[in-house]
Design a protein around this ligand. Structure first.
Ligand code: TRP
Length: 462
């Protein structure tokens, strides 16, 4: 039981940058690009923006309201407002934290490895073969563990001294690098092809449930919603923060960086004539095609590649911090452990849980799809019901820190009707799709004649 008063962020900027740091990560640069490529360019972007606005933003505000109101980690916060019957939902949140961070650390490890390649050897033209070597096995484990140690070390440092300080240092660097890369990409000959691809809309995709499902999954993943990460950060806030404004800034920065990342990725790929490779594999857009592009740019490519992967590392790190914080805060609040003990133990367990993902990209893809399609979307649905229908007076909680804003009833109406309806529709398709992904992967493992699955480019599914 926490005896000392709860630690708080020291400034508004500290909280906002930490929350933006959580939101902006591999999701913005890796997942967003390959999903956009897979799902028909701008049509996907339009859906993603619409869902972020109508579903993501209300759920984000709901998480902030519950966290700040309760001043506790997810399990206790839900019980605080809804009674002990809601504790299991908090447990599901914490389980999602374990699941997501277990494979997120593996992918982050790849980005560290690529940054190392940029520094020490430069990119060679054999990027598919390279990726095959990097993605799995002991190499993958080593870099995953390295990344996790840094993450744990920062979380062990506390809210102000660890999380806030890291975000204040790292996030501005990320913004500068990503924007700089977008400007550079614009100077490449042939960039226009990339923009055309990015902005071209195949309107038939707007009504495709599979595309809607991916857009919803991406909106939740990218905003770090549906598992109490934003809730936990908000539990370190005082009552003077204007939560609706904070959620607008967080969502705006998240969408903005994803959009700019697209302005980096697509022109580079098209300028170097590598667009075919993007369609060939889902992960390809980032971890195979871009290193190929960097290799073909020669000496400049080494610098550009290093900056690109540095930005990815920063994004991944500040996101992983928020994932680990959910679990760490739960253990600190619930079991009364010290923060360093909780962070190192829990972080160690999560690293071990990531080993199968470091061994098989198929397994990694499976966990990604289970976490997103079931845990995050399901968690968002439950949270909308909780704040929309169960919590006594959520509007009073929002009101603290604002000055007489009047449109909050619209927020609650969205949470009550629109969010559950959209998410129910999405889950209706997402659940069977996930089930199918699980069974086909299991079948491919039990059918021995198949080529070793880990050698293929992984099929990640949102
Ligand atoms: N939003 C991060 C990204 O885009 C990932 C992330 C961090 C996350 N915390 C989360 C996703 C909580 C879901 C839930 O890379």
């Amino acid at each position: 039981m926490a005896v000392a008063p709860r630690e708080h962020f020291s400034s508004r900027a500290g909280f906002v940058l930490a929350a933006v740091g959580s939101a902006v990560g591999l999701g913005n640069m890796w997942r967003f690009s390959y999903l956009t490529a897979e799902n028909g360019g701008a049509a996907f972007v339009v859906l993603y923006l619409a869902i972020t606005l109508l579903v993501g933003l209300p759920v984000l505000l709901a998480e902030l309201v519950v966290g700040r109101g309760a001043q506790e980690s997810p399990i206790r916060a839900l019980a605080h407002f809804g009674g002990p019957a809601w504790k299991p939902l908090g447990l599901v949140f914490v389980a999602a934290g374990f699941l997501i961070l277990s494979y997120y650390g593996v992918i982050a490890g790849w980005t560290v490895r690529y940054a190392g390649i940029a520094i020490f050897s430069g990119f060679d033209g054999e990027s598919a073969a390279r990726f095959g070597e990097i993605a799995t096995g002991w190499d993958a484990v080593g870099f995953q563990a390295l990344f996790m140690v840094v993450t744990i070390w920062i979380v062990a440092g506390g809210v102000k001294g660890g999380i806030e300080r890291a975000a204040m240092l790292l996030m501005p660097a990320l913004f500068v690098i990503v924007c700089g890369l977008a400007v550079y990409a614009a100077t490449l000959e042939g960039a226009a092809e990339g923009y055309r691809y990015y902005f071209e809309t195949d309107f038939s995709k707007l009504a495709d449930p599979a595309v809607i499902k991916d857009a919803a999954g991406q909106a939740f993943f990218s905003l770090s919603l549906g598992m109490g990460a934003m809730l936990t950060f908000a539990s370190y806030l005082g009552r003077d923060n204007h939560l609706p404004n904070e959620s607008l800034v967080i969502a705006g920065a998240d969408v903005g960086i994803a959009f700019v990342a697209g302005l980096v990725v697509f022109p580079m790929i098209f300028a170097l004539g590598l667009s075919d490779a993007v369609g060939a594999s889902t992960v390809g857009a980032l971890f195979i095609t871009l290193p190929q592009a960097f290799a073909e740019m020669g000496a400049v490519g080494r610098v550009v590649g290093l900056l690109f992967f540095a930005a990815l590392i920063v994004g991944a790190l500040t996101s992983a911090i928020s994932l680990l914080e959910v679990v760490t805060a739960t253990v600190v609040d619930g079991l009364g452990w010290t923060r360093p003990k909780a962070a190192w133990l829990v972080g160690g367990v999560i690293t071990v849980l990531g080993l199968p993902s470091a061994w098989s990209t198929d397994f990694l893809g499976l966990v990604d799809s289970i976490a997103n399609n079931l845990f995050l979307l399901g968690g968002g649905f439950a949270l909308a019901i909780f704040v929309g229908w169960v919590m006594k007076d959520p509007i009073a909680e929002v009101r603290a820190g604002t000055h007489g804003v009047r449109w909050f009833f619209a927020w609650r109406a969205l949470l009550r009707f629109v969010v559950p309806a959209v998410l129910a529709f999405v889950l209706w398709f997402a659940v069977p799709a996930t089930w199918e992904a699980v069974t086909t992967t299991l079948e491919s493992w039990t059918a021995p004649a198949e080529a070793a699955p880990t050698e293929d480019a992984p099929q990640l599914e949102g």
